[in-house]
Design a protein around this ligand. Sequence first.
Ligand code: ARG
Ligand code: ZN
Length: 461
Amino acid sequence: MAMSRRAAAALAPMIATVLLAAPAGATPGAPGAPGVGDDYFPAAGNGGYDVRHYGLDLRYEPTSRALRGVAVISARATRALSTFNLDLRGFTVRAVTVDGRPAGFARDGQELRISPHGGLRRGEPFTVTVRYDGTTGRPTDVSGALYGWVSTPDGAFVANEPDGAPTWYPVNDHPTDKASYDFTITVPEGKTAVANGELVAKRTARGWTTWVWHAPDPMASYLSTAAVGDYDLRWSKGPRALPIIDAVDRDLGVDATAGLARTAEMITYFSDLFGPYPFSSYGAIVDDDTEAGYALETQTRPIYSGPPRESTVAHELAHQWFGNSVSPARWQEIWLNEGFATYAEWLWTEHTGGQTAAARFAALYARPASTGFWNPPPGDPGAIDLFAGSVYTKGAMTLHALREKIGDRTFFALLRAWHTAHRGGTADTGEFVRLAERLSGRDLGAFFDTWLYTPGKPTSW
Ligand code: ARG
Ligand code: ZN
């Protein structure tokens, strides 16, 4: 929901020039930027508007992999716009309307450029509707990992991080523009469609079942999901009657959910440490895809390509605070997600009688300086190495080293204050460093420089 104020300020003089120069009768405003200005993913997101809500109506047929969608996107122009972009890859766009009026559109790579009739005034709310269809596949990200809408033999495994949402719907694809979502997903009768949030309706007619899910909390697009498969839905309750909805592939054995058994206990533990659980429901999607081999913290409903380990479940739960509620302001800040979730995993392991975080840190710190283990620096890993081991492990070690430096009291107060200050929004490392310095009363510039931005093994800090 928030947009970069800095970018808007930088563009203001340019907009004024364009307005003055516009000949009589021309559409006022200027074209919206094709990206938000994220150095790692320059095409990700778009400039000039702020999405409030996505209403996604999808129909998917797993055998033919045919996906037909109607996306109804409610937004507000943050400046006068002659055109604006959405991100969408593949598909045939059949029609675009803005506030019910047919709008012009053109495509260029992942940019869908839309020309609303008469343009949009600064501050104007508008609704853009995009009708599209096509055949889905098994897309991969810059590092070669499967992501986005991944067609599987029995449905689809959907996990967008970092920029895979445009593989299934038109979107302002950047964490700085969070929105609420409604999903209406129609699949062949017998299949289950599961998305973020809560199930609000299910109806079957003429061999097709429509599943309606409502996700009211602000969500970054990389955390949206709409998995389709042979899932059984299981309802239970977490602390404070939090609804927990798990979707488990019917073809998996009974032990497939062993790793989920302590979910409610984990929510209580992390709520005590980090502050109240930030969303309206929780649960897991456990798929039987043998190839994808990963987990993603999709908001309220992490997805696991196969039966998860308990430590992975703890990791994805911790992301609900760190990553999902407090999201990275740009992709370079990924350690704020992965370092924190990995450290939370260590805390859970210690809490449940396993290795202590201190012992884990010590064992890892014993690794020789010559190994690749210490690189790339987690504070600036580069787009291709966004999910390098060091982002997770050296990121978590950074937090443990910080804890030793500022003491347990200040450290745990910092984790809570970090979530409180930025919940529902985005943040960057500079803000984390300043908060840590304020709470500890210490200058931590050199410390974070060493751990986050300097290649190799930290030897003094
Ligand atoms: N955020 C996910 C996790 O740590 C990892 C996503 C990995 N994505 C990828 N394209 N390799 O749980
Ligand atoms: Zn993670």
